[in-house]
Design a protein around this ligand. Structure first.
Ligand code: TRP
Length: 338
């Protein structure tokens, strides 16, 4: 463990996760747990930055996400799996780091600007609804990372802007308080396919176009059958063009092996297969690649067991964060009160 680098990543509890999360995030987390000392957490405070009004499903969502994470192969004996709000030291660090973070650093963050834009587009929420908490989004992320002195942070492209800010904050803290306590965390960009939703837009729970990890095979088939196909191919005997059938074809590219991909292309262009058959075959391929995760997911049904796993992870992460915060207070000439 000694020469392994510390790595941290988080995911917001949006409820049951979809196959985009599995391919883009969780599969990667499972791989990384063998290469680094990993801290993975459920970012419930982050979800409050936009969804603070209706929190009725929050605890249920946290459990669902925890189950999806474990089912995807993250082993709580290898990686520390915890819940953000179980670590009050993260909130304290957020407060302290906010003192050294310039307002315009936060306001410049392009990912945050995008979030604000999205909020404004949402009819229920006017632009004026951007809260102080939402502005602090990247500072809270920085606190997550630095509370365990994380050096690497596997994230998607959209999160890189936040991480730039984390590096700036870490550097400025070290400079002001003449310490080398904080590492400058680096983004680990992984090449992950971006999975379109069944309507061709970005796959997302809120757009109701997602295929979930927990969906049954029948539900998956039903959703795949709703995918839009090449409008020129109405009957099996019409020639199709996979390039004009982006949603279905993209899923083939992501889930099928090369040979299957070529066969399907040929059969579509050569009028040997109709769209319904093509999509049925695709659903079979998606179901096959998820079958192991789904089986594990089903075997994990007791909430008590999951809560116990999280409890152990919370304690481990908190221990580390407590230690970091003692050093932070020292550096700032604050006191650790008994
Ligand atoms: N903002 C991240 C997302 O939406 C989740 C997150 C919160 C995170 N804190 C983090 C990711 C710290 C990496 C490190 O995907």
């Amino acid at each position: 463990m000694a020469n392994k680098k510390r790595l941290l990543s988080g995911i917001r509890p949006t409820g049951s996760l979809h196959i985009g999360h599995y391919l883009g995030v969780l599969r990667n987390w499972a791989k990384l747990q063998n290469e680094h000392e990993c801290f993975y957490f459920i970012a419930d405070w982050h979800s409050l930055t936009t969804k603070y009004k209706d929190t009725s499903e929050l605890q249920k969502d946290i459990l669902e996400v925890a189950k999806d994470i474990i089912a995807s192969g993250i082993n709580p004996n290898k990686a520390t799996l915890y819940v953000q709000s179980a670590i009050p030291e993260v909130a304290e660090l957020h407060l302290l780091l906010s003192m050294v973070t310039y307002q315009n650093w936060v306001e410049r963050d392009p990912t945050l600007k995008d979030m604000v834009r999205l909020l404004a587009e949402d009819e229920e929420k006017a632009k004026g609804e951007v809260t102080y908490g939402l502005l602090g989004y990247p500072v809270l992320m920085t606190s997550d990372i630095l509370s365990v002195l994380g050096e690497f942070v596997p994230v998607g492209k959209d999160q890189v802007a936040h991480l730039e800010l984390s590096r700036d904050i870490a550097r400025r803290f070290n400079h002001i308080y003449k310490t080398d306590l904080f590492p400058e965390p680096k983004a680990l960009l992984t090449e992950t396919p971006s999975v379109p939703g069944i309507d061709g837009r970005k796959m997302s729970k809120s757009l109701n176009n997602d295929i979930k990890i927990i969906d049954s095979e029948a539900e998956t088939l039903k959703k795949v059958k709703q995918m839009i196909t090449d409008p020129k191919k109405i009957k099996k005997t019409d020639k199709g063009e996979p390039n004009d059938c982006q949603v279905v074809y993209k899923h083939y590219e992501i889930f099928a092996d090369k040979k299957t991909l070529e066969i399907v292309q040929d059969e579509c262009r050569g009028t040997k297969i109709g769209c319904v058959d093509c999509k049925t075959r695709l659903a079979g391929i998606i179901n096959a690649s998820l079958s192991e995760v789904r089986k594990k997911r089903e075997s994990l049904n007791t909430d008590k067991e999951i809560l116990e796993i999280l409890d152990i992870g919370n304690k481990k992460a908190r221990q580390v964060a407590k230690h970091t915060l003692e050093k932070v207070r020292d550096a700032m000439k604050l006191k650790t009160w008994s």
